[in-house]
Write a protein that binds this ligand. Structure first.
Ligand SMILES: Cc1cc2nc3c(=O)[nH]c(=O)nc-3n(C[C@H](O)[C@H](O)[C@H](O)COP(=O)(O)O)c2cc1C
Length: 217
């Protein structure tokens, strides 16, 4: 069995990556199968574009029907991810949405599986369980006022249609820099941020771990 975490953050050891690793730890601990393997795929290590609208994946009698035809670093990744037993996506919020890198990845992953038939059916080879972990600077109340969940739910819809409804968690008010005094950031109180991180981030890690433990039923 193989479960992948897709890291949509450029940072490999900050908020998003930490929570993704906790979720993978949860997956490992929940499955008795000692053969379970987990892997983080860091999207920012890869060279690729979003969908180019070539429609090779929808062309009848094409060797690429149902597959992305673009040849770049994602070709191999998309192939292995299509055979996964679980997928956990993670992204920081950039301007109220997921990062461009993850958006481009999802276009390439999801669009070839979406059939342009009356039911918009899916031809994904496997229906694996999924989860989505979002991290962001804004506190929870502010996130609610800004309706981030409405924006982010539009993403969950094609993932549900093609794979399964993702389990979702948000980590708010994240700590952005190691040392706030080195940056122009007086919009925030470092003291308040540090206190939140000390109290809330371990709870967020637990939440991510639990998402992992409940991913594979
Ligand atoms: C380009 C950019 C845009 C951002 N836009 C938002 C935003 O719209 N809302 C928000 O809450 N946080 C925003 N943030 C903050 C990040 O979402 C937050 O710090 C996140 O936890 C970083 O994740 P990481 O530590 O995994 O890199 C932005 C950060 C960057 C670099």
């Amino acid at each position: 069995m193989k479960v992948y975490a897709i890291n949509g953050s450029p940072r490999k050891n900050k908020n998003t990556a930490t929570l993704l690793q906790k979720a993978l730890d949860g997956v490992k601990d929940s499955v008795k199968d000692s053969e379970i393997e987990t892997e983080i795929i860091n999207l920012y290590d890869l060279n690729y574009t979003g969908c180019k609208s070539c429609f090779a994946c929808k062309r009848l009698e094409s060797k690429n029907y149902g597959k992305c035809a673009i040849k770049d670093d994602l070709q191999e990744v998309l192939e292995k991810v299509s055979q996964a037993d679980g997928l956990i996506f993670g992204s920081p919020i950039y301007f109220s949405n997921i990062t461009g890198q993850l958006q481009a990845f999802l276009e390439r992953l999801l669009f070839p599986y979406l059939v342009y038939d009356k039911n918009h059916s899916s031809i994904a080879p496997k229906k694996m369980p999924t989860a989505f972990i979002y991290t962001m600077n804004v506190p929870q109340e502010f996130m609610e006022q800004l309706n981030y969940n409405l924006i982010l739910n539009t993403l969950a819809a094609p993932i549900e249609r093609i794979f399964t409804k993702p389990k979702v968690m948000y980590s708010n008010n994240t700590y952005q820099f190691d040392d706030y005094s080195k940056y122009k950031a007086d919009a925030f109180s470092e003291e308040e941020k540090a206190a939140h991180r000390a109290k809330q981030f371990p709870l967020d890690c637990e939440k991510a771990y639990k998402i992992g433990t409940s991913l594979i039923q």
